[in-house]
Design a protein around this ligand. Structure first.
Ligand code: PLP
Length: 294
């Protein structure tokens, strides 16, 4: 990963009335050590994050990403982020992005053990080359997430639906998918419903209708999926949040994994069974997703 820039944020209270946040933002060396050993993000993954795409210097969907950061903070009982402060920080970092695609990560941790104040920082790096995933697509395997569809309501302490820094399980699922000869995974519930991929939302096309699993299933509400649904609705397509049975994947007219940096990756196979890739529509969707979006 080629790191370009990093900014440390001293988080202020969410109702702080100041208008300039300059003295709360500090440029740090992206290659130098910056966090103490007692940092709870490093010790326990106790924090939250957002990854957003920056295209030709434009940070994409900042509002939806900041809203989701605030939602994750609430679920994790972290101090509410001051949205204007974070927006100012995002703009400062985006100013360092060059032509092409970059990835910006926003991180808010519970801070250093025993100190009781959060730590926050933003990094900017070159985005990986996603051309192949966007054109040829990705082969997925379905993996059991180990719980039923109704678990989020019964066990809110699992923090399902929060974008926490505890992604070890998600990374393990991708490794398992690769061991099985695929490129990526899609998590399914123990009672047979589609959830999400380890780093992406799942969208199916059935006829002229686009469907994604409802966020109430304890999955992240994807900013890319939200933006794409608004675009598809403008083009006259029907969109819906629904429960999606595992068998619906192989029977769909098309399936995509959607995320802020890889954008729309068409699914070319589900559990070894080839499914059609709509290359023309996928190219159109990615052209939209690469255009400046707020
Ligand atoms: N679901 C999970 C688990 C993710 O990690 C991500 C993105 O990283 C998404 C869905 C897609 O979210 P977004 O479109 O906001 O990137």
């Amino acid at each position: 990963m080629a790191w370009r820039f990093a900014l440390r944020i001293d988080p202020v209270a969410s109702d702080d009335p100041r208008e300039s946040f300059d003295d709360t933002l500090r440029i740090i060396d992206p290659l130098a050590p910056a966090l103490p050993f007692g940092e709870l993000s490093a010790q326990r993954g106790d924090g939250i994050f957002e990854s957003l795409g920056v295209v030709d210097g434009h940070p994409q969907e900042v509002g939806p990403h900041l809203r989701r950061l605030a939602h994750s903070a609430e679920l994790c009982e972290l101090p509410a982020p001051h949205l204007a402060q974070w927006r100012a920080a995002v703009e400062r970092v985006a100013a360092e992005a060059g032509e092409g695609e970059n990835v910006m990560k926003l991180l808010l941790s519970r801070g250093v053990e025993g100190e009781g104040s959060p730590t926050a920082w933003i990094t900017l790096a070159d985005a990986p080359d996603n051309a192949r995933a966007r054109t040829e697509g990705v082969r997925i395997v379905t993996l059991d997430r180990g719980y039923a569809l109704d678990v989020p309501g019964r066990a809110p302490w699992l923090l399902l639906g929060a974008k926490t820094l505890s992604y070890a399980t998600n990374m393990a699922a991708i490794r398992e998918a690769k061991r099985r000869g695929a490129d990526d995974a899609v998590f399914v519930t123990s009672d047979g419903f589609v959830l999400e991929a380890p780093t992406a939302s799942v969208v199916l096309r059935v006829g002229d209708r686009f469907v994604t699993p409802a966020p109430s299933a304890g999955i992240l509400h994807g900013t890319t999926q939200l933006s794409l649904f608004a675009h598809l609705e403008q083009r006259g397509f029907a969109t819906a949040y629904d429960t999606v049975a595992v068998d619906d994947l192989a029977g769909a007219d098309a399936v995509w994994l959607l995320s802020s940096v890889r954008l729309a990756a068409p699914v070319s196979a589900v559990d070894g069974h080839a499914i059609p890739v709509d290359r023309a529509l996928t190219d159109e969707l990615n052209a939209y997703l690469l255009s400046p979006r707020d």
